[in-house]
Write a new protein. Structure first.
Length: 95
């Protein structure tokens, strides 16, 4: 995610608004996108469940989110649908 690399730093929270988002590729988060184990970058979806919350749809893909060698990533209030695996974590410190 170029956005993470350019604009986030350890301790930041990135808010994703209420809605359904179709993914043509997995969201890949690597070492340069992450925070630290004790100071995470958090991606937080909407808590407005009455309106559907934040949904990532990956029709026909392997993963919605791939966290690769990225310590210090937090995911909260996200619904991951229609992928073979919702999230793949490889050498990741996840909360």
């Amino acid at each position: 995610m170029a956005y993470l690399r350019e604009y986030s730093k350890p301790g930041d929270t990135i808010y994703v608004d209420t809605g359904s988002y179709t993914l043509t590729n997995a969201i890949t988060i690597g070492a340069f996108d992450a925070g630290a184990s004790s100071n995470r970058v958090t991606i937080e979806g909407s808590t407005n469940s009455a309106a559907g919350g934040t949904v990532f749809n990956r029709f026909g893909g392997d993963y919605c989110i791939f966290i690769n060698n990225a310590p210090g990533i937090g995911l909260r209030n996200l619904t991951l649908r229609n992928a073979g695996t919702a999230a793949r974590l490889l050498d990741a410190d996840f909360a």
